[in-house]
Design a protein around this ligand. Structure first.
Ligand code: HEM
Length: 372
């Protein structure tokens, strides 16, 4: 029997070549009793057919696979984000345990060498941070290569992943400077606070870039530059900026806790309001205060998500943002009352990263709309 190349749909029928993709979609929906799931990308495959029957499924080629990258790539993108968050949390362990000088002032080598003989706990903590950071660099480069190989020109995920690589390089440079300038462990240098603020800002931008990469790779529409409409971006940007400011004041509060640990809640509060205390302690109140003020912006964003019509159902994500926000306040209050034990600092930062990633996706859904 002479075979002919045609388009087959789930072994139920075939179309001749030359049919446009829109008419193919319509035909697919019609043949499947109006079931809209047949409109989804990836349902159409090119197969060798004989008189309308599929004969060789092994030669299947996805016709519209450029619409949605493979689940493997999308999973990898979210996996890289999760891995980066784990590395960031380990970084907090380095700061909170005063292990930043565990490798001396050497960078990237640890104490001038790779193999550590009878290392101290601080060395193990700091060296693990360096190793996992190096792996994170290779993982983001792999994500960049894969994203470029699997997406079409103009895909916004390409821009996002390039930003992620850039922020990873800046993160490594800041980390190296902290070590080279000795801004680690018990250092009370006036340079330490601005460097830490810069570090946290870059960390959050890096998390945002990775989140955007994963989010954009999962979009079925509104992922091509030139086919996206900006819808009221200023409010969403203000909410993200408010979060960044809260995060930076938090990193300064965390530095104050590390350098000037209190032994009771009373002495901690006395430190906060004593004119003889370091400015890091006297300004510590700004963090919870700004956190409560910023919630006005964040709640406004959630309210907007419930009202604005978008191609996505934002209800689940809005509930997640509110739940993470509430958890963040509870953890913050416990942090104050329990004098910021290391595990709670890590949990509070995990909450901040999760809330930030959820906010970034919500803001992207609200402001980067597909053009119809
Ligand atoms: C939107 C809500 C909040 C966000 C996004 C947030 C974020 C952060 C961040 C990013 C840090 C720095 C963590 C680090 O560098 O290791 C931090 C630290 C801290 N935050 Fe918050 N925070 C929030 C609410 C609060 C509240 C309401 C309180 C207190 C009532 C609080 C108390 C603290 C304290 C004591 C620290 C220093 C100890 C630590 O690192 O956990 N936070 N916060």
């Amino acid at each position: 029997m002479n075979g002919a190349w045609g388009l087959a749909l789930d072994k139920r029928g075939a179309w001749p070549l030359g049919m446009g993709s829109a008419s193919l979609e319509a035909e697919a929906v019609r043949r499947n009793g109006g079931d809209q799931k047949w409109r989804e990308p990836g349902c159409f495959t090119l197969k060798k057919v004989d008189a309308g029957l599929v004969s060789t499924p092994s030669t299947a080629v996805s016709v519209r696979s450029e619409r949605l990258p493979s689940p493997a790539l999308r999973g990898f993108a979210w996996g890289v984000l999760a891995y980066f968050v784990a590395v960031i949390l380990w970084g907090t362990l380095v700061r909170a345990t005063g292990s930043g000088a565990g490798c001396g002032d050497h960078w990237p080598l640890c104490n001038g060498t790779v193999i550590q003989h009878s290392p101290r706990t601080a060395t193990i903590i700091e060296f693990t941070h360096r190793l996992t950071s190096a792996i994170s660099f290779f993982s983001v480069v792999a994500l960049l290569i894969w994203t470029f190989a699997a997406t079409v020109k103009g895909h916004v995920a390409r821009v996002a992943v390039m930003a992620a690589v850039l922020f990873t390089l800046v993160e490594a440079a800041i980390g190296a400077l902290l070590v080279e300038l000795g801004l680690t462990a018990e250092s009370r240098s006036p340079l330490r606070a601005p460097y830490l603020a810069l570090h946290l800002t870059n960390t959050l931008l890096l998390v945002a870039a990775l989140t955007m990469t994963a989010h954009m790779l999962g979009r079925r529409e509104g992922y091509l530059r030139g086919k996206i409409r900006l819808a009221g971006p200023w409010g969403a940007l203000a909410a993200l900026l408010a979060f960044l400011i809260v995060g930076v004041t938090g990193s300064l509060a965390a530095l104050g806790d590390t350098l000037f640990p209190a032994h009771s809640l009373e002495s901690a509060l006395a430190q906060d309001f004593s004119t003889r205390s370091a400015w890091l302690l006297r300004w510590r109140w700004t963090h919870p205060t700004l956190a409560f003020l910023a919630c006005v912006f964040l709640i406004w964003l959630v309210v907007r998500a419930t009202k604005q019509r978008t191609p996505w159902d934002n209800r689940g994500l809005s509930v997640l943002v509110l739940a993470l926000l509430a958890a963040q306040y509870v953890l913050g209050v416990l942090d104050v009352v329990w004098l910021a034990p290391v595990w709670l600092q890590i949990l509070h930062l995990l909450g901040a990263d999760a809330l930030w990633a959820a906010l970034v996706v919500l803001a992207a859904r609200l402001t980067l709309e597909p053009m119809s």
